[in-house]
Design a protein around this ligand. Sequence first.
Ligand SMILES: Nc1nc2c(ncn2[C@@H]2O[C@H](COP(=O)(O)OP(=O)(O)O)[C@@H](O)[C@H]2O)c(=O)[nH]1
Ligand SMILES: [Mg+2]
Length: 218
Amino acid sequence: MPDCPVTVVLPCLNEAESLPGVLAGMPPGYRALVVDNNSTDGTAEVARRHGAEVVTETRPGYGAAVHAGVVATTTDVVAVLDADGSLAPADLPGLVAELDRGADMAIGRRRPARGVRWPWHARLGTAAVCWRLRRRHGLPVHDIAPMRVARRDALLALAVTDRRSGYPLELLVRAAAAGWRVVECDVDYGPRTGGKSKVSGSVRGSLTAALDFWRVIS
Ligand SMILES: Nc1nc2c(ncn2[C@@H]2O[C@H](COP(=O)(O)OP(=O)(O)O)[C@@H](O)[C@H]2O)c(=O)[nH]1
Ligand SMILES: [Mg+2]
């Protein structure tokens, strides 16, 4: 169903600065659903003012926000996208097209633009995790699905339990176990367009993510 509307879940922790640009870039037929996770910078108001639906999730964590968003959607197809402006909504239709071609999930592989700050520890962690996903789980992936598209009910049926930064990784492991056909497509990766990094840009965020990853994959 190439014309069916798609809901784009945007997990947000203080993304008021980047959100307007992200929302303005939504392709026609794609509806934005912002999941506000205890932001203190007016993220929810900015989201509403720029036409997005807003859901509030008080339990902290990237996975908690994404899960709440997926539960709240009513469309067959659901996309999940960072709200920091580093990924382009314009890349989503290409992923949705893979579902139409028979994929169970289509995920983005970040291809950085020239000069993008992508810390070495984040690249190394991603490479190590993906090596394990390929070797142990047979998934042909090179990134940890920063952008993804799947069918809502199938996604919820996988019953991912992680509510922090291990969520995308657990999703990949469960998808592999369920025999899903996962297709990875190159997507543009730029600098965040405002606000602060919560994960790879700080030692604390990176350590938390590494710990979450390890829990899922060990
Ligand atoms: N809801 C929620 N979103 C988060 C949390 N941590 C990160 N995010 C969101 O996840 C996306 C990626 O985080 P980001 O800070 O850009 O990580 P980085 O790309 O490693 O610097 C952004 O849209 C963030 O707002 C969190 O604890 N809760
Ligand atoms: Mg980011």
